[in-house]
Design a protein around this ligand. Sequence first.
Ligand SMILES: *Cc1c(COP(=O)(O)O)cnc(C)c1O
Length: 368
Amino acid sequence: MNDARRISMFDGMRAQQPHLPAIRAAIDRVLDSGRYVLGAAVSGFEEQFARWLGVGSVIGVANGSDALELALRAVGVGSGSTVITVANAGGYSTIAIRACGATPVYVDVDPSQLLMSVVALEQSLRSAPTAVIVTHLYGRMASIEEIVDRCSRAGVPVIEDCAQAHGAEIDGRRAGSFGKIGCFSFYPTKNLGALGDGGAVVTSDPTLAARLRALRQYGWSEKYLSTVAGGRNSRLDELQAAILSAKLPHLDAENQRRCEIARRYEAGIRNAHVQIMEGRGAKDDVVHLYVIRSTRRAELKSHLASLGIDSDIHYPRADYAQPAWRDHGDIVLNETELAGAEVLSLPCHPTLSDQEVARVIDAVCCFV
Ligand SMILES: *Cc1c(COP(=O)(O)O)cnc(C)c1O
């Protein structure tokens, strides 16, 4: 299969193509401004993204992992704390929790959507954790209203990991506006992607917003005055902010295209060896990843590759089973384990053509 016909998971050039003139103009404006860190482009993007999300404040940071770590510090997580999270979401929450000197407490996911199980969360809340991180995995929102309800009764702050869910909504409220703090990544492959690293924390609580602003810059409440412990340098830069501002006006349309592709996949994929996750592409889902399951995943993956179709595994290994983090004793979560052995992500990005989508469907259907 030659490269021109290969269908990839993400194509950087193709992703920028519709935005090129706006991106070049944005870069020129930053260059001409002479200001490259925490200037007008960052504050402009912060205001624009806050309006788009319907939250009080957006604070640009260096990347999505830092967003999670600073959010944890802002709600008081530190050494000796425990934080509830899932173990099937790529390890980012674990990295942030451990960076704070805290310990992750893993809960299982529900088998149909692979999102945090509310029942499992309720049981774990009895252990009085300092915070909960909920990941809106694959672009689909977890049961955030129930989760926030259970956690507020227990007096535990909820942090939403929205790195895959920019724009997903429930009853007109967007992901990131339910918990105390929402965390975003603008890594190039995300639904809203920069041309490098970037991230944001969002909140409607002015006290938390002030603390987060300090945390991203040396703990400063004003220049050279560090008043918040745990602060460091984690700033979004002007170039990335300007590029994000140029791309944000098109995000709703791009998300709609992702949803449309998911519905085509759901309508077209018929194979006894393949399980689809139903109902993708509804309002609460911006289909960052289109994930199917198969007990014969390795064979399916090489079958697709032989037809020129890339696929990937999100994610193959539970956080508690990562070699670097095996110090929390023996944990096994059944649904997390099963998903890790079966999930396979198909190409799903807004620039895929209908013909390419049809080729992916045909390729999955003819797997025997
Ligand atoms: C990408 C991602 C992150 C981390 O973002 P970076 O900008 O790469 O640090 C965190 N959580 C989830 C769910 C992600 O997909």
